[in-house]
Design a binder for this molecule. Structure first.
Ligand code: GLU
Length: 450
């Protein structure tokens, strides 16, 4: 049995955005490719900003993307456990009380920066006398608590970044408990990773310096740190920071506003930044089979919306009717059959586009008729029923003979009269899908809806 155990740990403080989705996809593929265990962990210790609505959004996005989980945990269910560890860390002298206000800390920061120094916390709290502490307490100040880092080198072998090295003395002692007594992300995350036996932590590069502190925290808790993999941040097409629009784009935007296929997003995000080519996948299985984290590089990969749209188009065009008929029925097209699907799918960019073609087939449409004489002749020359896919060439063949027209001149007025548009699916198919009655109506009623 595999011993791999990973977690995806979003904070329910907003909708699941593209960066999170990518971490989820990569973490999930890693777990599944290793036969491992995937924990969905809701990092909701920030009780003010965490909302049930966002937790639901996370779950529904995961389900939509096809990413299942073996286990779910919520940090807010674990405060008692965090308290136990806090007591131990205090007893071990690794947590110390600090009384600075946010303003005082900001001032210290500014002073250091203005002298060209890194804004590392000066540990002034460790020098407080009992009298000073008593004075702060008497003033009603509540302490926040910092983890005391050892000033030693911190090194790890990152699965994406290779050898990473920090000096403990280059880092600020992280705040683990707020003034109101609520433990913060760093502490809860490390305790959970330890208690749930997480073997591999995958997350964004923005957490690299956190990881340095976390490694010492694992050690302080007597636990071996997991293996880390930090994925580079995604940049835009030009290599700059992801624009606000794309960066804040959420799974629900992709689903509800952009109307994209989940597998288009998964196909893109699963391989963004990896040496494996980005190609459309209709299901997760082949992606699991081919997943290889060692192929990811630390350079920032580029997110290109056009590429996502191309993947979407390809996936839709490759989808057989049986995989889409329930969705079509839910979109109000119950009687749309396989013949129609096969005829129009090469013209779809998004599934949603089918509504336009359904409308063309069902009517009403506004025919475009510029050359009434030609269209009237076309009406007179319509082949006998029943119609087949050969009917169109029979009809246009006769019209060609009668008028001497060819190419666009021959076909376009017919397409425009029948569909009210100048482009679209193949006319031999479209003509039979519209059917004789509506074709006659559209050709004869000139500008009237049919
Ligand atoms: N809740 C954290 C975040 O969303 C989790 C980071 C981690 O994976 O440890 O950034």
């Amino acid at each position: 049995m595999s011993t791999v155990k990973v977690r995806f740990a979003p904070s329910p403080t907003g909708y699941l955005h593209a960066g999170n989705v990518r971490t989820a996809v990569v973490t999930w593929l890693f777990a599944r490719s290793q036969g491992g265990h995937f924990l969905l962990r809701i990092d909701d210790t920030d009780t003010e900003r965490s909302k049930a609505e966002y937790e639901e959004d996370i779950e529904s996005a995961m389900v939509w993307l096809g990413l299942d989980w073996d286990e779910k945990a919520r940090q807010r269910d674990r405060f008692d456990r965090y308290e136990e560890v806090i007591e131990q860390l205090k007893a071990d002298g690794r947590l110390y009380a600090c009384y600075e206000t946010p303003d005082e800390l900001a001032l210290k920061r500014k002073a250091l920066l203005s002298r060209g120094l890194p804004p590392i916390y000066d540990r002034a709290a460790l020098e407080l006398t009992d009298a000073q502490i008593a004075k702060h307490e008497a003033e009603g100040r509540k302490p926040h608590w910092r983890f005391k880092l050892n000033h030693d080198p911190i090194e790890w072998d990152d699965m994406v970044r290779g050898a990473v090295k920090f000096e403990g003395s280059d880092l600020s002692d992280p705040v683990l408990i707020r003034e109101n007594g609520v433990p913060l992300y760093h502490l809860c995350s490390v305790i959970d990773d330890m208690d749930y036996d997480i073997t591999h932590v995958m997350r964004g590069e923005d957490h690299v310096s956190n990881t340095a502190a976390h490694i010492q925290m694992f050690e302080a808790m007597g636990h071996k740190p997991p293996v880390f993999a930090h994925l580079p941040m995604i940049s835009d097409k030009e290599g700059g920071k992801l624009s606000k629009r794309l960066g804040s784009m959420s799974a629900r935007d992709f689903r509800d506003n952009e109307k994209l296929e989940p597998m288009a997003i998964v196909s893109l995000l699963a391989r963004l930044g990896s040496a494996d080519p980005i190609v459309p996948f209709s299901s997760l299985e082949p992606l699991i089979k081919e997943f290889d984290l060692t192929k990811f590089s630390k350079g920032a990969p580029k997110f290109d919306m056009d590429e996502l749209l191309r993947l979407n188009q390809k996936i839709i065009q490759d989808t057989p009717f049986e995989d889409v008929n329930v969705r079509l029925a839910n979109m109000g097209m119950e009687d749309l059959d396989e013949g129609f699907w096969n005829a129009v799918r090469p013209n779809l960019h998004k599934l949603e586009d089918i509504k336009d073609w359904w409308q063309v087939a069902k009517g009403p449409v506004e025919p475009i008729i510029e050359d009434e004489a030609y269209v009237t002749l076309a009406l007179e020359m319509l082949p006998a029923e029943p119609w087949t896919e050969e009917t169109w060439s029979e009809w246009t063949g006769k019209l060609k003979e009668a008028t001497g027209r060819k190419g666009k001149e021959l076909f376009m007025p017919l397409r425009q009269a029948l569909t009210g548009m100048s482009h679209g699916p193949e006319m031999p198919l479209m003509m039979t899908l519209i059917g004789p009655e509506k074709v006659k109506n559209r050709l004869s009623k000139s500008r009237k809806a049919a």
